[in-house]
Design a protein around this ligand. Structure first.
Ligand code: ATP
Length: 441
């Protein structure tokens, strides 16, 4: 157990020290399980989000993007089943009044894990995880709205709008990235389970009967994405199929994509066959037809089945961060390095003048500017020894460092150092932008 905490403590401390993730409202003592992304974290998050969007939307002709609002008509949550069923069992310690999830392994046996009281808990009561607020100036029951606990419903209620405006034909998908909120009873493990988070969800609409095949397709596609686009080590990934007791009420089949975190194998993406449950329910509750009419055969009409891929952006970022973290010995010295795939690295390249004289800073800045103009996130650093500058970039996960030295003025070359192999090659300063461009795609 010490090891788990040790690893998490190291990661949380690196994340704070280097500006990846800060605790929300830290100067006020923090907000429960809400986190902010710092200068490097916001870049990493954007890169993960952009890579997902590119694979899901830009690289495909059969998926459209959407950005639905967080606040929705309250009937949406009746139709979806969230008002009645989006609950966790909650128990309270009769001595210290701390609250826990009733199915949490820590409270099995009836002893409070905080104060130690035996037989501390009564019967669990169901606790709805949706955040409630009021729309408009009147705070009464007629004005209650919810912060969405998942982005998917925004896609379902826009199904007909997208079909009509995009002229897509089934099978096709709608993708969306956005905030979701859950009033989790026991959040924790850093950004693994938080109360405010982002989801990257794609709903793929298919003809009933072809759903099993599409499920297999999306399982393979998502696994490939995590391995090849995110660069996650394959041996750290596995699928877990939901047994009958785990399946959600709407699901025919469900798989979790799991990563081996220091605290065990845990889900960070779900792939679900949601059948026609959602569109049927919205048709029933809204009174609007949500059928799909096949344009090649107008007698063929049906409510599509949905295969959903639902990943947490923050949780995927945690996977990326964990998977990249290494402690290594280099020339007798310990180094901490984040081996991000260059495509995800917050900074792609750092530029160092070897010394702060002889025109080296000016040349280095000129190279730095050419990277900026090419849209490549570059960092200029002229303080401390070169070794220390390398270590700082290793901790930030920067894949390439360029050093401008005395030879640069003579033959126009610079040193390019690779974060992972530590190899240094001399290349022409004119070629550095193309060199990096090729490797960060
Ligand atoms: P869990 O069992 O961990 O509560 P879930 O099965 O309820 O998750 P889904 O509703 O399938 O999760 O949500 C899809 C994805 O959204 C999850 O795989 C996860 O990556 C992300 N997610 C869900 N809840 C949270 C949360 N509280 N904090 C961060 N990410 C979350």
């Amino acid at each position: 157990m010490a090891n788990v905490n040790d690893m998490m403590d190291k990661l949380v401390s690196l994340a704070k020290r280097r500006g990846f993730v800060f605790q929300s409202s830290e100067i006020y003592g923090g907000t429960g399980s809400v986190w902010d992304y710092g200068p490097l974290g916001v870049e990493l998050k954007r890169n993960v989000r952009d890579a997902w969007w590119r694979s899901m939307v830009h690289m495909r002709d059969d998926i459209e993007g959407l950005d639905a609002a967080i606040l929705m008509h309250p009937r949406v949550w009746e139709a979806s089943g969230h008002i009645a069923g989006f609950t966790d069992p909650l128990v309270e310690c009769k001595n210290c009044h701390r609250r826990f999830r009733g199915d949490n392994a820590d409270i099995q046996g009836g002893q409070c894990p905080v104060c130690g009281t035996r037989e501390a808990f009564g019967e669990p009561r169901m606790f709805n995880l949706m955040f409630k607020t009021f729309m408009g100036p009147v705070e009464d029951t007629s004005a209650v709205v919810y912060l969405r606990p998942e982005t998917a419903q925004g896609i379902y209620v826009n199904f007909q709008n997208v079909v009509t405006s995009s002229r897509q034909r089934v099978p096709f998908g709608i993708a969306q990235v956005g905030k979701a909120f859950r009033n989790e009873i026991t959040p924790g493990n850093f950004i693994f389970r938080t109360r405010e988070f982002e989801q990257m969800e794609m709903q793929f609409f298919v003809e009933p009967g072809s759903d099993d095949e599409w499920m297999e397709y999306w399982k393979a596609a998502r696994r490939q994405w995590h391995e090849e686009v995110m660069g996650i080590r394959p041996e750290k990934l596995r699928f877990h199929e939901h047994g009958a007791d785990e399946l959600a009420h709407y699901a025919k089949r469900a798989f979790d994509v799991e990563y081996e975190f220091p605290f065990g194998w845990q889900e960070f993406e779900g792939i679900h066959n949601r059948t026609d449950f959602d569109l049927k329910r919205h048709q029933e509750y809204s009174g609007k037809k949500l059928e799909y009419v096949d344009p090649t055969d107008t007698n063929k009409r049906y409510i599509p089945y949905i295969i959903e891929t639902s990943a947490g952006l923050d949780r995927t970022l945690l996977v990326v961060l964990m998977d990249a973290y290494r402690e290594e010995e280099v020339e007798g010295e310990q180094r901490v390095v984040l081996r991000f795939h260059p495509r995800l690295a917050p900074l792609k390249v750092a530029i160092f003048p070897l010394v702060k004289k002889d025109g080296l800073p000016e040349t280095a800045r000129r190279i730095h500017d050419t990277f900026k103009a090419a849209g490549i996130n570059s960092f200029y650093d002229d303080s401390g020894s070169i070794g220390r500058r390398y270590r700082r970039q290793d901790e930030a996960g920067t894949p390439f460092c360029i050093t401008v030295d005395g030879q640069t003025a003579e033959d126009g070359t610079v040193t390019m150092r690779d974060r992972d192999t530590l190899q240094q090659v001399r290349i022409s300063a004119d070629a550095v932008v193309a060199y990096i461009q090729e490797r960060v795609r």
